[in-house]
Design a binder for this molecule. Structure first.
Ligand SMILES: [Mg+2]
Length: 266
């Protein structure tokens, strides 16, 4: 029987430290292929490239880069590059967490979303940024938990409709408190994160800064788990429908219906 085929991708680019650690973490679990953007595409969200040609750069039999987005990479891996359908897709290890509303911007999580859409169980791994710029990313910690969680995932009955977004606190392994299964939290937005500055010629320019640190004090949330030293595992699915609103909005169908004589509303 074949070993599980594991596809590794990311949004930080094929040369990033995170993808190297993730590939090494997956090696004991199966046959590993890497298909990733040729440069950093963080915050690319779920973008698909449709206005320019894409090229595959094969570095060796199992490493490929693409001049596209994470979503492009998953499509090309599944339909052009891999010898067979993968058993698991893993994305990361991202340099920075993807908590709460981050998942809507994240290329890392979107690669896993694409894997899920295309019918393969998928995991996204993101590591907290060090608290000061001179401290290292604890990639060994993230890789350790990536291997554990990918191993557990491979033992589960596959359900491609649900992907797991895993966030890891930037701590030495012995300081991590364990794993928490969480839901997406909610940050408290009380000021803009668009920072205005002035260039040497006196013209304004802007940076989009980091998100707010404050969050709703919900102990079951991903934000709370990371803040308290736990690895956060959040199951996500792509059905964004808010089902309770369907009932209350249903009356709009009647209110806006064309009249009996065919006259359109209003
Ligand atoms: Mg990134």
């Amino acid at each position: 029987m074949n070993k599980p085929l594991i596809l590794v991708s990311n949004d930080d680019g094929i040369s990033s430290d995170g993808i190297r650690f993730l590939e090494e973490a997956m090696a004991p679990l199966g046959e590993v292929y890497v298909v990733a953007p040729d440069q950093e595409r963080s915050a690319a969200s779920h973008a698909l490239t449709i206005h320019k040609p894409l090229r595959i750069n094969q570095k060796d039999p199992t490493h490929f880069s693409l001049n596209g987005t994470p979503t492009d990479c998953i499509n090309f891996a599944l339909y052009v590059i891999l010898p067979r359908k993968p058993d698991l897709i893993v994305s990361g290890i991202n340099h920075g967490v993807n908590l709460a509303d981050d998942v809507t911007y994240s290329g890392t999580v979107s690669a896993a979303f694409e894997g899920s859409i295309l019918g393969t169980p998928s995991l996204a791994f993101s590591l907290e940024v060090p608290s000061d710029p001179y401290s290292p990313f604890q990639m060994e910690t993230a890789a350790h938990y990536a291997r554990i969680i990918a191993g557990l995932q491979l033992e589960r009955p596959p359900d491609p409709s649900v992907l797991l977004s895993v966030n890891i606190p930037n701590l030495p392994l012995e300081k991590v408190q364990g794993i928490r299964i969480t839901h997406l939290g909610k940050r408290i937005l009380n000021e803009t994160n668009i920072i205005k500055k002035e260039d040497p010629r006196g013209r304004p320019y802007y940076w989009i800064g980091m998100g707010p640190k404050d969050y709703d004090p919900d102990e079951a949330s991903d934000l709370h788990a990371i803040d308290h030293g736990y690895v956060s595992v959040t199951p996500l699915h792509l059905d964004l429908t808010h089902y309770p609103s369907i009932h209350s909005l249903k009356k709009w169908e009647e209110q806006t219906a064309p009249k009996q004589d065919g006259t359109p509303f209003p």
